[in-house]
Write a protein of this length. Structure first.
Length: 156
């Protein structure tokens, strides 16, 4: 479903304080050349000595996602309903209420001209995720994946 977000036209999208990067790293920056990054696998990185908090909320993990080495997004995980409440409050304060497509699921979307943000939490598993996605690089990656799939289909 999140990939559908990247296909929306950018002219009608906006939310307050749309970020131009994360924690001082601009979207599209070359992660592979940063001395403060450790390569995990594929195009995923961890920042050395990264803060595992947002405000008063504790985070489990912060992963910087790349596309050909360039920052295309963030994957943040957290646990516990108290952290969820604090994060939701912080995000509402910074970005506005967001869209909540299903009243039964704790899932909020902020879709901007360049960035999409998704915040989720499950009361069942007591786990939550925050995803930041830089739409231009995600669109480019999606296009290349579709072209590769078509080429693969031609081999059948």
């Amino acid at each position: 479903m999140i990939f559908l977000v990247f296909l929306l036209p950018t002219s009608a999208l906006a939310f307050q304080n749309e970020p131009d990067g994360f924690r001082g790293i601009k979207w599209g920056a070359d992660l592979s050349k940063r001395s403060d990054m450790s390569h995990i696998r594929g195009d995923m990185y961890k920042r050395k000595n990264d803060k595992l908090t947002i405000g008063e909320a504790s985070l489990k993990q912060v992963v910087y996602m790349g596309y050909k080495g360039r920052l295309k997004g963030m994957a943040i995980s957290y646990e516990d309903s108290s952290n969820s409440r604090q994060l939701k409050s912080t995000f509402f304060q910074l970005y506005g209420k967001g869209d909540k497509p299903n009243r039964f699921i704790e899932e909020y979307y902020w879709i901007g001209s360049a960035v999409a943000i998704v915040l989720t939490y499950s009361e069942i598993t007591k786990e939550g995720r925050i995803g930041y996605y830089y739409r231009p690089l995600c669109k480019k990656e999606d296009k290349e994946m579709k072209e590769a799939a078509k080429k693969g289909a031609d081999d059948l």
